[in-house]
Structures are given as C-alpha cells and as structure tokens.
Design a protein around this ligand. Structure first.
Ligand SMILES: [Fe+2]
Ligand SMILES: [Fe+2]
Length: 247
C-alpha cells in the first residue's frame, strides 16, 4: 500500500458534538487545552501501538510459516509505542492510558475471541487491515499539524504502517475465495468499534489541529483500497464499508 493524500469520501457520521471547538491551523502546544487533548490522543496512539505489538506476536504463533516476519512487524510496533511516547514526554504531557485501554477494549476483545477460536482471518483483518488503516489515516491526518519533534517520528511510523497493511493484504489476497465471507463478517463486527474510538476523540482532534472528517475520509479510502486489493469488486467493497460504518 502506498501512502497517498486523503480523498473526501467520508459518510456524514463523524460530526463534532461540539461545534464551538474550532479547527486550529497552528495550535499552541503549551496551552492547557492542547496538553489535555494531546494526553488523550497520545494515550490512544500508545495503547494502539502496544496492542498491535501483542497482536503481531499472537499472529506469529498462529501463522508459524510467517513467524519471523510477523515478529519483525510486531517489534516495529513496540518501537512505535516507545517513539510516540517520547512525543508526549517532549511536551511534558502524560498519556491517558486508562481511557485509551477502555476505548480499545472491545476491538482487542474481538481479536482475542478470533484468536481463541482459531479464526486467523478475523485476526488478520482486525490487526492488519482495520488497525493499520486506522493508524495510516490517523498519522496522515496528524502529520501536517505535528510539532517539530513529533513530525519526523510520525512520518517514519507512517511508512512502517503501510508495510503492515501490505502483509495483511497479501495474506488475504492469496486465499480470497476461502476467506471472503469471514472477512465481511469481521468487518461488520469490528469497524463500528473502531469508529467509536474515533468519535470519542473528535473534539480533542480539533483542539490539536486535526480534522476528524478528513481522518474518517482517509480511513474509508484506505480501507476501500485494501478490500479491493484483496479481491473485492469496487462496488462490493463500498457496500461493505457503508454497511459496517452505518452499524
Ligand atoms: Fe505502529
Ligand atoms: Fe502497524
């Protein structure tokens, strides 16, 4: 997957509940509102990367033929968690890990359930398509408003995430006929929980200068592309995405 600019294909599902919170082009990273918003967003980023690290380790056990590669990808996620923690530390901000764990719990639980019943397809879709598209969209949206310390770190992480998406796409594409039904099922279950995480952070994203609608559009574009890459027809992929996002 190549990292490309976002296109505006978002459904109108992610409107800020508080229109008084303005979008900011050049936010003051020292203001209390910025620091509080950054704490919650960075918490989600760090917890998301840490879970990704665990998910790839579980995938390495489930797909032993690709074990070394999956451990390598998992190691990258562990590095991301450390590097992105440093971005908060650089601003003197402590990430809100407790909130982030609550927000990620349903998605992580779904991954664990798939893992426990041997549903490797479900695990690959959750981590390598959904979480990775989420990460790509989030970092792509944050990059233009990142501070000078966080920008190069975010750009490097963004490149890495596209490799992780590539792994999932290739694995699913190779066995598309056998896994298509399972892919659709898990998308309908897991995408709504992902959108719940995004919705919880809408106002915080605006405070740090991100555009939540653009992020959602970028996520939709990334996910549609991923579905088409693995074998869905374009209208079939769009229909699945619409159904999942409307749930
Ligand atoms: Fe990552
Ligand atoms: Fe990743």
């Amino acid at each position: 997957m190549t990292v490309s600019p976002a296109s505006p294909i978002a459904p109108a599902a992610l409107v800020s509940p508080d229109p008084r919170v303005p979008l900011q082009a050049a936010p003051d990273t020292t203001s209390e509102s910025y620091r509080q918003a950054y704490s919650r967003i960075n918490g989600v980023v760090v917890v998301g990367e840490t879970l990704a690290h665990h998910h790839f380790r579980r995938l390495a056990r489930a797909i032993p033929d690709d074990g070394a590669e999956l451990l390598r990808l998992g190691q990258m996620e562990g590095n991301h968690a450390r590097e992105l923690s440093a971005c908060a530390r650089n601003l003197g901000v402590r990430p809100d890990i407790r909130l982030a764990k609550q927000l990620f719990a349903p998605l992580h639980q779904l991954f664990r359930q798939c893992d426990e019943r041997g549903d490797i397809t479900g695990c690959v879709v959750i981590q390598c398509l959904i979480v990775e598209c989420f990460a790509v969209a989030a970092y792509r949206s944050y990059l233009p408003v990142a501070d000078a310390f966080a920008r190069p770190i975010t750009a490097a992480v963004l490149e890495d995430e596209s490799q992780h998406l590539d792994y999932g796409e290739a694995w699913l594409k190779q066995r598309f006929a056998a896994v298509q039904a399972a892919v659709s099922t898990i998308c309908l279950q897991a995408l709504p929980t992902t959108l719940t995480i995004l919705r919880a952070l809408v106002d915080d994203m605006r405070v740090i200068g991100m555009d939540p609608q653009e992020l959602l559009a970028s996520f939709g574009e990334c996910f549609q592309e991923a579905l088409e890459t693995i074998g869905y027809g374009s209208s079939e992929a769009a229909r699945l995405l619409r159904r999942a996002m409307a749930t």
